[in-house]
Design a protein around this ligand. Sequence first.
Ligand code: ADE
Length: 229
Amino acid sequence: MKIAIMGAMPEEIAPILEKVGVYTTHEIAGNKYYTCRYDRHDLVIAYSKIGKVFSALTAATMIETFGAQTMLFSGVAGAISPQLAIGDLIVATRLCQHDLDITAFGHPYGYVPEGAQFVEADADLIQKAVAVAAEMGEKLHTGVIATGDQFVADPVRKAWIAETFAADALEMEGASVAVVCEALDVPFFILRAISDAADMDAGFDFDSFLESSAIISADFVMKMVEHID
Ligand code: ADE
């Protein structure tokens, strides 16, 4: 199977490139894509740069140009749920865009006509992840992930996102990748390890825990690859 593994930042894919070892580098539209063979699969690996636009471009390129048949996203997120501590893993069951707002026309936050407020993630990949977590003896949280072009370091904004979308974690790429994958009919899996709590300390915590949390997420995603048929 041709599997895409993407992150948003170099730190999020560095542990993956280290694990696969040998790969070929391709340059398309200002991004690098790395292809290799790993555990019976062909992989295409890339980081998109931060945010919804860059991540949508990268996801679409992985699918349309490289022929990816499954999308695995690995990275870090800010916690909303008090159950989530730094380093904890959360897989998205559904995702939304918290900064998408045409409420002036009577629509709910996160919704545009012919779209949906939430995109549902692939149930089979989530089930696989639950089995992998059990095998690894790791705790894996599941929940709603809210995405926006905004680094949230503000308790008021965090509370608003929590209330409006019943979200458990937030980041800046998951929902845009989800929208692209759904439109192109490719199953997707968005995994995040917590780097901060989207509060006043978020900037400091993010810098401190980006690398360690990215490794936790990357290790799990590579275990997922080994379990995909
Ligand atoms: N990714 C990790 N932490 C984040 C935060 N606080 N806001 C947005 N994206 C994030």
